[in-house]
Each structure stands twice: as C-alpha cells, then as structure tokens.
Design a protein around this ligand. Sequence first.
Ligand code: DOR
Length: 439
Amino acid sequence: MPEPPPVVVRGGRVVAGGRARRADVVLIGGVVAAIGPDVAVPPGAVVLDAGGCLVSPGLVDLHAHLRQPGHEEAETLASGCRAAALGGFTAIVAMPNTDPPIDSAAVVEEVRALAAGQPCEVLVAGAITVGRRGERLAPLRELAALGVRLFTDDGAGVQDGGLLLRALEYARGLPVVLAEHCEDAAIAGGGCMHEGAWSARLGLPGVPAAAEEAMLARDLALVAEAGAPMHFLHLSTRGSIGLLAAARARGLPVTAEVTPHHLALTDAAVQGYDPVFKVNPPLRPEADVDALRRALAEGTVDAVATDHAPHPPEAKDRPFEEAPPGMLGLETALSVTVTALSGQLRPEQVLARMTEAPAAIARVSPAWRPRAAAQGGPLVVGAAAHLCVFDPAATWTVDPGALASRSANTPFAGRTLTGRVRHTVYAGTPVVVDAELVG
Ligand code: DOR
C-alpha cells in the first residue's frame, strides 16, 4: 500500500493522562512525527482543523458484536468498522457470539480476513468454551498463539464454576484475559427486564440484580483461587460495584467495564414496552446508575465499553418479551458518556477511560506492543497515528436511518447529544473527516 500523505491536526488540545494542552500533531508514515504548538506543515500534508476540539488517541472498544460470520443481516465487519470509525474508535474487540462462534483457529482467521482493509483495527476475541455451550474448554492455548488476547462466552456467563476455574488455571500461563458476562441463568430465570418496581408495574418477568452479583461473587473467589486475571463485562448494579471495590482492595487482578447505556438510561425507559430498550444486563434503577457513574469517576471501574449489539428490525420489532436483547453503541458512545458524566468527569477524563484503560485490558497498549503498533495512546512522538478528534461543544440529533450500522436499534433515536467525533485518523489515514466517512 502507498504511504498516506502527512497529516497535520491543527489547533486542538491534545489529551494526555486525563488532561489537555494546546498543540498541533503531525503524522508521517503511520506514526506521530511531532507534537507542539504551531508546528511546521510538511509539504503535501492534509490539514485537519481541530479548533475547539480535543485531540485524543483513537478510542478502543472492548465489546462490539459484529455478527459476522452468520448474522450479516444485522451487521458485517465492514458496516461495524464504519460505525466504529464514526464513533472515534481505531480498535474494537469483536465478540465471539457469532454463528459459528469464534472458538477455533479457522473462525479466528476468517474474521481476521474480513477485517483486513477496514477503517479500524479488529481485535478478535475467542470463546472460553466450545460453541459457547459451557461444557468444555475451547483451545485457549492455540488461539492465544494466534494472537487472541481476550476470551469470553459473552451473551451468557460460564455457568459451571469448575470449568471456569480450569479456564483460569490455563489462562494463568498465557498473555490473555478471560472476560465474564456475569449472569447466573437459574437466578435470571428467563426474565426480560430488571426485577423491581417497573417490572411489577409493567407485568414483565424480571431479572434480579442477584443474577449478576452471585456470578460476580463466585468469579472473584475463583480469581483468588487461580491467581489469573479476569475482566468483568458490562457491570450494571450497585451491588456489583461493592463486590468489585472489595476485590480490588484485596489486590485481586480484576478489571471492569460499564456501558454508555447503563450510564445514561434507567429501567423507566421500558415503560412503553419498546424492545429498543431491551438489553442484557437490563437497564437498572437510578440508584444503580448513580453507583456506576461514581465508580467510573472514582476509578473502581476502569473502562467504558459499548456492547454494540445490532439486531435487524425483523428481530427487534416483536413483543418486548420475545425480542432479542441489545442496543447499538459505537456511533453514540463517546457523546452519550460525556453527557452522562458531565459534572463528574471532564471529557478528557472520559477519553482516558475509552483509550488507555481499555487498550491495557485488551493487551494492545504500549506495555504489550511496540509503541508504533500500540493502541490507546499516549500521543507521543513515535506512537501509532491513531487519533480521535472530538468537539465537546457540537450538538447532533441521532437519526437511526443515518447510522453506518446495518441495524437501527439505537435507544437514542431522536435525542440531541452534546459532543461529537469530528475526525478519526487510523494508521495515519483520515477515515472520518468532519463527521463523514472518507471513501
Ligand atoms: O444485550 C445484549 N446483547 N447483551 C449481551 O450480552 C449479548 C448481546 C447480543 O449479542 O445481542
């Protein structure tokens, strides 16, 4: 491939370690060549205006359902990566609950082939168990040797604690992390929304908070037993935050994410029975939302991850109880999170939780890769040229029909959001300019 022309990102404030300072950024040959006030523009450079904007490392998403292979009617690698680029992401973890699931070298290679040439990096996650059936372990060592760094049966938790303990013992010797969707299926009992005042009023079967908290408590005991790291996906209850905080205080090697939708919406949104608000784990009451926001602000929770879960209209437009759970997330994540956390975190602090923190968990940060190939920043000379330029003052109204995703199931349809990704640069090439995809 020919080398992209130099790029100068001019007039913005560069984010580092949760702070921002005025500087221009010059990108040459896929790496950051210079950072500083009023840099010289190299001949032939593309100049991107970043006036009023924050210039961040490209965002990293730990949790995107790209649906390929098997459910191309919902999303493809191509459409999902375009959505990611518009959302400011330059790396996304592709979840393995595809059809067939990503539990073998062949499917890892198939997804990687589809990811080639897309406008962001795709980090392929593997299943913990064969077929995500929770019965026997997937070939973790073989997949780790191929470069898979995150394993999960997401969509479901690993119900058999003995099996998960064996997986953790295997993982201990590998440069990987197991990621759990904490949901005890027996306690969840087939519920379709949070069990509480709203489920009682609406007459819908509920999922008690204990379905998440019981599995989290079990897993924390298993982490202590095995001494292997574990990441907790989409935590959603106040009780989970308490368990996590106690585990961290004991020094257990655990990390956690929350989603933009759990930070922004409550279970009251279900009152119109619109399946666009059905998601797993379910939307929770205000007290839980408050606890998640505080945990993210204080650092008990490390990262924001989208749980981007596209479903086509023919699947979603069903009675609430029958519709599949899941919401789009990639294109709205940063705006929604910045808005939900306003007053508690500055945008540059939100950016740290969507760049350096998830990059470290996904094992793509400079601690795990050479700097010129790493994701999540920091933006220093020699770093990979992956950037997100975010205008915190811009407003935009979410039009589901205008999203790049193949699906339209956003819970933020018609909402006016504050803050918008203006430009995204991936591997030195502008892939989004002025909020429009290039090419
Ligand atoms: O709401 C959800 N949808 N939660 C999950 O864990 C899986 C996801 C999906 O794949 O649709």
